[in-house]
Design a protein around this ligand. Structure first.
Ligand code: SF4
Length: 720
């Protein structure tokens, strides 16, 4: 038996795993006792990884051969890699020649490895000269990114997992940590057991399992987080619980915010948020007066039409009370996907460039052009996720390349997304699994390697970079995501006018270990002098242990915690208060759509279930889709447990069994995000067939982060 150290491919906790294999078969997996993210622990998803990589599952679910569909109505037929990539590069070149570079778009994934991401970004922004590169991280972390940048000056979570044990107050908000980040939740349980004085505040419209550990639960109305945070600051100011010395020495902009929060009186906030005044007061007191307060937050803040304001308003609290830059304190965004952080590091989004550079900054564009040996990188802003699919639906984007994600299930407002995939002249889907809904729309399917086969790196929520290593050879004709992108790019480079002096993609495709390390080294060099400088971090160093960034040349270890010196990566070194104002959800409840529908994760499933849905045992926790709602709401509508209901928003309708849940307040409903067409059919408001809860969700997004409001849609619920 061979043992290979790698990383779990699911959530952003980034647990280390040891893969056991024999020949070309993965035979087992266990937690890596030496990995600092998990010290040997794994949750149900991580501990069943070997089963989901078995030969039987691979045979049934994997895409193992390039496939091409000559006409949309026909079945896809196997083709060679040469034929597939020549077709892809010639088709892209023709569309670019006829319609310009912005007629193509790449939609990537927070599950790609950093090296995969780096090559795709260079392919689009360097070779093709379009910024139309976005990813499903736009649905996940972009509000956290914008919140950090607006306040602290850089997209850098300043804290670490170890801070959980140093905290005296944990403020968990908009995160069902017990389900979505289970191994981190084990740390919280350990911290509470070791320190009974630790106070935990949990804030979420749903009383999820995470509430069980809380000393104080704040069941706020959906989308009212900014009102809550501003109200807490109002009380902190009134009671003298802020830290004027820290504010004066290390921040700017407090006076304007102070004037704004004057209006957020306890009465107003208690009424807006639907909570008790005394609970609001207690939350403000615990947060401000504890020796160290750590906030943990996730999609409840991010997936919102006010996502950036929610993030900034929470960070305002940390700055006002000096709860940052010391052990156990600070704002800690929990990354949804395994490598949403790595994608941001290489600039793999429509508004970013390599190493946390900004597309809108001419100096940053010039630096990236120089790194790539190009005269320029384009300045036209790229289309972010929602806008990219809208542009394809409008006929503006002609070719879509989708890698390692399933927008035909996971994007909001599925009717528009399906129209986009049907209207695009060319849809290329690069995937490990043949079973995703997006595969049905592909003109060309490119088979990719997946967990247990891939090579590269990922970054977890605490800025820690870990190696991902192959335990078994790539099955069938599958190839690594970066290698597919490089092979395509090299072919496209020959078909487009030269932009640089030399070849842009000099990475070995025959020696994959060398090829991927060359990409890493190029990415590493691009970070020199940036906030995430990793010039001291080599593959050899990562062989020994995962490392946190920044880690400068000559250093042996990364930075555990940021801003301990009170200096922030802004022009004047000071953090900035953002003058946050509460705005209601984009689509408030009203008489025709009287329920707030929210979506979220189950404990044992992942995204669209392409991997977890292959294992019967992972359905033991929740076996089938349901709409959860309050028992009183059900009684009023004469609904019984298991009755089928039509759940309808302005965009579509689905039919699903209803279930009473004590987690839901009156007028609220919940559905898990995972169930696709196999389980949950529906239709758009104009009668097209759709599937899954995203038939209902809205693509209304935050104006700063462009992250859509997947956490709230107004719906009606009627007996079927
Ligand atoms: Fe994997 Fe996340 Fe579970 Fe860790 S907590 S084993 S990273 S799914």
């Amino acid at each position: 038996m061979t043992e290979t150290r790698s990383t779990c491919p699911y959530c952003g906790v980034g647990c280390g795993v040891i893969i056991e294999s024999q020949g070309d078969q993965i035979t087992g997996v266990r937690g890596d006792p030496e990995h600092p993210a998990n010290f040997g622990r794994l949750c149900t998803k991580g501990s069943t990884l070997a089963l989901s990589a078995s030969a039987a599952v691979t045979r049934q679910t994997r895409l193992l051969q390039p496939m091409r569909r000559e006409h949309r109505q026909e079945a896809a037929r196997p083709v060679s890699w040469d034929s597939a990539l020549d077709f892809a590069s010639e088709s892209f070149a023709q569309i670019i020649r006829e319609h310009g570079p912005d007629a193509v778009g790449f939609y990537l994934s927070g599950q790609l490895l950093t090296e995969d991401y780096y090559v795709f970004n260079k392919l689009a922004k360097g070779l093709i000269a379009t910024n139309n590169v976005d990813t499903n991280s736009r649905l996940c972390m972009s509000s956290a990114v914008a919140g950090y940048k607006q306040t602290l000056g850089a997209d850098a979570p300043p804290t670490c997992y170890d801070d959980v044990k140093h905290a005296q107050c944990l403020f968990i908000v908009g995160s069902n940590t017990a389900y979505a980040h289970p191994i981190l939740f084990r740390r919280i349980e350990d911290a509470k057991a070791a320190n009974p004085a630790l106070k935990i505040i949990f804030c979420d419209p749903r009383r999820t399992d995470t509430a069980e550990i809380a000393d104080l639960y704040l069941p706020i109305q959906p989308g009212t987080d900014v009102a809550l945070f501003n109200g807490m600051l109002h009380i902190m100011l009134w009671e003298g619980w802020t830290d004027p010395a820290y504010i004066a020495a290390h921040t700017t902009g407090f006076e304007a915010l102070k004037a704004t929060v004057r209006d957020y009186t306890p009465d107003m906030v208690a009424q807006t948020c639907g909570i008790k005044k005394e609970d609001l007061l207690q939350a403000a007191r615990l947060f401000a007066t504890s020796a160290a307060t750590l906030s943990l937050y996730c999609q409840g803040l991010n997936q919102s039409s006010s996502g950036t304001a929610k993030n900034a308003a929470l960070i305002n609290l940390h700055l006002a009370t000096a709860q940052i830059g010391k052990p156990g304190a600070g704002p800690f965004s929990l990354t949804g996907q395994p490598n949403a952080m790595g994608g941001r590091e290489v600039g793999g989004m429509a508004n970013l460039l390599s190493a946390h550079r900004d597309l809108a900054n001419p100096q940053h564009r010039a630096e990236v052009a120089a790194l790539w040996g190009l005269p320029s990188v384009p300045s036209t802003p790229g289309k972010t996720a929602v806008d990219m699919f809208q542009a394809a639906a409008d006929g503006e984007i002609k070719a879509l390349w989708i890698a390692c994600t399933n927008p035909a299930q996971s994007m909001p407002d599925q009717a528009t997304v399906r129209r986009a995939l049907e209207r695009a002249e060319l849809v290329i889907v690069q995937e490990a699994f043949a079973t995703t809904a997006s595969c049905d729309y592909a003109d060309l399917l490119l088979p990719a390697t997946t967990w247990g086969e891939k090579i590269g790196t990922v970054t977890n929520s605490e800025r820690r970079i870990s190696r991902v290593r192959p335990a078994v050879p790539a099955p069938g004709a599958t190839r690594h995501d970066w290698a597919i992108a490089v092979d395509f790019a090299q072919r496209l480079e020959r078909r487009l006018p030269a932009r640089g002096a030399g070849p842009l993609f000099p990475y070995s495709l025959t020696d994959e270990a060398l090829g991927v390390e060359t990409i890493w080294n190029e990415h590493r060099e691009s970070t020199r002098g940036r906030d995430l400088d990793i010039t001291g971090m080599s593959y050899a160093m990562l062989e020994d242990a995962p490392q946190q960034w920044p880690l400068h040349e000559g250093q042996n270890t990364g930075k555990v915690r940021l801003y301990e010196d009170g200096i922030f990566p802004t022009a004047d070194g000071k953090a900035r208060f953002v003058n946050t104002v509460y705005k209601p959800v984009a689509e408030p409840r009203e008489s025709r759509y009287p329920f707030s529908l929210t979506t979220g994760r189950l404990r044992d499933q992942w995204h669209g279930m392409s991997r977890t849905g292959t294992l019967g045992r992972l359905f033991g926790h929740v076996a089938e889709p349901s709409l959860q709602m309050n028992a009183q709401d059900m009684a009023r509508r004469q609904l019984l447990e298991g009755d089928l209901v039509h759940v309808t928003s302005k965009r579509g309708s689905i039919v699903v069994p209803v279930q009473a849940s004590p987690e839901l307040a009156l007028s609220q409903a919940f559905m898990a995000m995972h169930w696709g067409g196999e389980y949950l059919s529906g239709q758009s408001s104009s009668g097209e067939a759709l599937a899954g809860v995203n038939a209902l969700t809205t693509s209304a997004y935050c104006p700063s982060s462009k992250q859509p409001e997947l956490k709230h849609a107004a719906v009606k619920i009627l007996k079927a």
